[in-house]
Design a protein around this ligand. Structure first.
Ligand SMILES: NC(=O)c1ccc[n+]([C@@H]2O[C@H](COP(=O)([O-])OP(=O)(O)OC[C@H]3O[C@@H](n4cnc5c(N)ncnc54)[C@H](OP(=O)(O)O)[C@@H]3O)[C@@H](O)[C@H]2O)c1
Length: 260
């Protein structure tokens, strides 16, 4: 997909030196490619050192000014301090943190196993809130920067088919709302990113996956949101804002009967 927005002093406040947590996600990969084409500096954190090495080479070829990588399991909160220290040492002037990692396990597994349930809540909410707290304090002290965090439309209303994932994303969205309010006066932007279904490895086993949004389109919206007029809450593709407004209006006595 071609992109026309250019980084310049007037069009973009953030997105020049970007830390990406969960850099191997399908959505993050597309964001990284688009940022690389603009000559951004990227610091990538993900689980697989092999995939990070391949990604580094690819993004440098695509135009990234600089790429650093760090392998970590971000669900492990004990590892967060090391991730944070690496970022501070390798790219102390980072202007943006994009949190992209997440997990959507089969809802039925979470219903049958408290361990699976807790893993899902930890990956999607608890660990995310933990690592964001480190970066938030740093940016608050610095008085600038942007935290852009991928949650989901699934967090806007509890549905029987995915309320565990949805409740973690909903909690993350609430957390971001409060964080935004706290950091506003410090000059730090917090963007809540709510994609609808997207064609990535997370969803490729689902029926109708071919009709989901292309990750390149979602990435374009995310990269644009790092520009000067960035929204507080980004629904992507855009129409999900209106779909979820309608879904939230359905009275609970009716909603609980819907096979959603
Ligand atoms: N696809 C959708 O329909 C959709 C819709 C709304 C929101 N989202 C959200 O968008 C974000 C990106 O997801 P995606 O669609 O791009 O799916 P994806 O390609 O499956 O990406 C998920 C990423 O999370 C990483 N991850 C999972 N657990 C991790 C852990 N413990 N430590 C480090 N990384 C971990 C995975 O790492 P590995 O590469 O090592 O497996 C993978 O890169 C997620 O937060 C997801 O919840 C997705």
């Amino acid at each position: 997909m071609s992109t026309t927005t250019r980084f310049s002093g007037s069009s973009s406040r953030w997105g020049r030196k970007v830390v990406i947590l969960g850099a191997t996600s399908g959505i993050a990969l597309e964001v990284e490619r688009q940022l690389a084409r603009r000559g951004a500096e990227l610091l990538l954190v993900a689980r697989s050192p092999q995939r990070l090495a391949a990604l580094e080479a690819d993004l440098l070829l695509r135009g990234a000014k600089q790429v650093a990588t760090y392998a970590s399991d971000l669900a492990s909160i004990q590892q967060h301090a090391q991730v944070f220290d690496f970022v501070r040492q390798s790219c102390p002037e980072y202007d943006t943190v994009l949190l992209a990692y997440g997990s959507m396990q089969d809802q039925h597994d979470s219903e049958m196993s408290v361990d699976v349930l807790l893993d899902e809540l930890n990956v999607n909410f608890v660990s995310a809130a933990a690592i964001l707290t480190l970066f938030a304090a740093d940016l608050e002290q610095r008085g600038s920067g942007c935290l852009a965090v991928i949650t989901s439309v699934a967090g806007d209303r509890g549905r029987r088919s995915n309320y565990v994932y949805g409740s973690a994303k909903g909690a993350l969205s609430l957390f971001l709302g409060g964080l935004r309010s706290r950091l506003h006066s410090a000059g730090v932007k917090v963007i809540t990113i709510k994609p609808g279904p997207v064609q990535t490895p997370m969803t490729d086993h689902l029926a109708n996956a071919a009709r989901f949004a292309e990750p390149g389109l979602v990435a374009r919206d995310i990269v644009r949101a790092l520009g000067r007029r960035s929204p507080d809450v980004l629904y992507t593709p855009w129409f999900w804002r209106y779909v979820m407004t309608a879904v939230r209006q359905i009275p609970e006595p009716l909603f609980k009967r819907l096979e959603l």
